[in-house]
Design a protein around this ligand. Sequence first.
Ligand SMILES: [Cu+2]
Length: 247
Amino acid sequence: MPLTDRWLALGLWVVLSAAGIAAARIDFFPPAGAREAQVADAAFRLLMRLAAPVFALVVTVLVVALARRRGHGDPPPDAVVGPEHPAVPRAWFGLTAALAAYVIYNPGLVGIHEMRGDPQADVVVRVDATSWYWEVTYPESGVRSREVVLPAGRRVRVEITSRDVLHSFWIPAFRTKVDAVPGLRTVLLVTPTTVATSETHHAYRLQCAELCGTGHDTMRATVRVVDEATFRRWLQEQRRTARPGRP
Ligand SMILES: [Cu+2]
């Protein structure tokens, strides 16, 4: 390849890589309302920064091949089949394999440990999915509700199941999502960080994220993250006003 083409290719790669790395700073997501959401967003940004130079190199090679290395007609009988420089594909394979191994470790294993490594929780919430609504129970206080009320700054263990078909528990502000499976109690550990409600931001809603029938899109519930004193008062209030058989 002529020297000018090499410089052009290098320049294109640098510009595309820089654009990809800069794009990782854009706020793609709704506000992160939980410690786990911050971990997920940091993982996304790290993966984007690592992937940008790799993808930029693929695009650069493609552009150079199309613009400068096109042949005309049939290839000559003595055409070289295979790489011009055998060290290049070997280095490419080694580098991308090393990157893949690294991202399995971080943010893969490191991120899972940060999100789920500590099984301790301050509050337990049970969520039962039925086509097409959610029922929320606070077993420590015997309260049942149709909205999810959580204390900010406390680690919450959400135990999820379904009474009929597969559903999925998803609060966009928390990022993480867990299937509601009939016969199983799946677990989501989350630490809400910000006082907010469905009225202040639409990302604070419990939304089914598994296609479950004609009412799937309407299968949502209000989410309210409140300070701990308000949470305790709400539990007491619910207990006082609860009637047998009333959800
Ligand atoms: Cu659904």
